[in-house]
Design a binder for this molecule. Structure first.
Ligand SMILES: [Mg+2]
Length: 167
């Protein structure tokens, strides 16, 4: 259960308090792609999100995309942002996370992972001791399999709250 607990919860990317990243001495961020930085059903990123990520790059944060999606889609967005990427990652499997950590060239304690799914992004990040940040999905439209996972996710959050693991 503890492995599903995010270290930080935000309703949007902009809501993330960057002071906390500074306090934790985070220098690199692994971003999930779909429904974290781009709507699952959209080919384009929202300009506000592009700007926000660009401002992180300007502040010298190292960034890597880590996605279970196909290489073509992930590469397109990564190239647009000018960051490295790991596609078809099979999150929460550790291999993809390790590749992203290598891309960033940092220690796990210096890396945050930001994603919209507990069972892939947060679970995988916690297994490697990364600082895990759970954000609300950008779009209500989701892959069919994800919709089922969401139900289980809602149930998990209920249990975590009941156990007092999260508020
Ligand atoms: Mg996602």
């Amino acid at each position: 259960m503890q492995l599903l607990k995010p270290d930080y919860i935000a309703t949007s990317l902009h809501e993330i308090d960057l002071d906390i990243l500074r306090q934790k001495q985070i220098r690199g961020i692994i971003f999930d792609l779909d429904n974290t930085i781009i709507a699952w059903d959209s080919p384009n990123m929202q300009p506000e999100i592009t700007d926000w990520i660009q401002s992180l790059l300007n502040q010298n944060y190292r960034i890597c995309l880590l996605s279970n999606n196909m290489p073509r889609r992930v590469k397109e967005i990564a190239d647009y942002l000018g960051v490295p990427y790991v596609p078809r990652a099979y999150k929460p499997v550790k291999t993809g996370f390790r590749r992203a950590i290598t891309e960033l060239g940092l220690n796990p304690e210096e890396i945050a992972v930001i994603g919209d799914q507990l069972f892939t992004d947060i679970l995988g990040g916690n297994r490697l001791n990364l600082f895990t940040i759970w954000v609300s999905p950008l779009s209500k439209n989701e892959f069919f399999g994800t919709k089922i996972t969401r139900k289980i996710e809602q149930f998990t959050i209920m249990v975590l709250k009941a156990k007092g693991v999260i508020q």
